[in-house]
Design a protein around this ligand. Structure first.
Ligand SMILES: Nc1ncnc2c1ncn2[C@@H]1O[C@H](COP(=O)(O)OP(=O)(O)OP(=O)(O)O)[C@@H](O)[C@H]1O
Ligand SMILES: [Mg+2]
Length: 249
């Protein structure tokens, strides 16, 4: 699904990613860990095509298509979803309307008609049930006055509705409490299938107790310095990043 080869990227002419190779296949969950400032969020932003991040070398293939010339919107339409890609608060726009628009934009880009009101309602209900969300929540302005956990729930709900092929969840800066962690984990687990893939960026081994990754990668100074199974997350928790520093010397 996603193939990254020798990816180098800059922000403000500063090299941040320094040669990343990563392959994510359908049906897999990959966790990205690593110390603050190692480039995790940058990697996510480069994959989704955020403008201030410049790819200087290498390639990113999504379903065998080079993404370099593909706009962030088109990437979303192709099925790449990233959490936190939306403005924090949008007063006056309900969660339902926001999601309807996003879904129909994607359908339009794929040459399909708008989803019927009936189908939309059915899907909204199904996903609310699946994620245990009170439907009243959907008529509130998006993110306005939402607690951290509610924002998280909203994001997972958006993901459920958009049914992305690749979901990138950057949990790093969100100060998740244990309930929010569970919301994310349950959502991901319920939406997981053989046809989609998830990349989850986290500092917390405990998130990985709930979302069991197939692979864990450690990013350090813009490179993936170690990859392994879920046991790598435990090892990191126990030994800290100094251990990695020693290992790569
Ligand atoms: N928009 C930007 N402008 C300037 N510098 C940036 C920008 N985005 C990232 N950087 C720099 O790139 C480096 C990597 O940042 P990044 O956010 O990718 O790290 P991270 O691994 O996600 O860290 P954390 O665990 O703290 O979230 C940092 O030195 C950061 O200051
Ligand atoms: Mg980050």
């Amino acid at each position: 699904m996603l193939k990254i080869k020798n990816l180098h990227a800059q922000v403000d002419d500063k090299d941040i990613l320094k040669g990343i190779d990563l392959e994510i296949k359908a049906g897999e969950i990959h966790a990205i860990m690593g110390p603050n400032g190692s480039g995790k969020s940058t990697l996510a932003s480069v994959i989704t095509g955020k403008e201030e991040y410049e790819m200087t070398e290498g390639e990113i293939l999504f379903e065998n298509e080079e993404l370099d010339e593909v706009s962030p919107e088109e990437r979303a339409h192709k099925g790449i979803f990233m959490s936190f890609q939306y403005p924090i608060e949008i007063p006056g726009i309900t969660t339902t309307n926001f999601i309807k628009t996003a879904i129909n934009e994607t359908r339009k880009a794929r040459g399909q008609n708008d989803m019927s009101a009936k189908d939309m309602l059915k899907m909204l209900r199904e996903k609310c049930d699946l994620l245990d969300i009170d439907q009243k929540f959907l008529s509130r302005s998006i993110n306005e006055g939402f607690s951290g956990g509610e924002k998280k729930r909203n994001e997972i709900f958006q993901m459920a509705m958009l049914e992305p092929k690749l979901a990138i969840l950057d949990e790093t800066d969100s100060g998740l409490d244990i309930d929010a962690l569970k919301i994310v984990a349950n959502g991901v687990n319920k939406l997981k299938s053989e046809d989609n893939a998830v990349m989850v960026i986290t500092h917390y081994q405990r998130l990985l107790d709930h979302i069991v990754p197939d692979y864990v990668h450690v990013l350090f100074d813009g490179k993936i310095v170690k990859s392994g199974g879920k046991e790598l997350a435990f090892e990191l928790e126990k030994k800290g990043y100094d251990w990695i520093k020693e290992e790569i010397k």
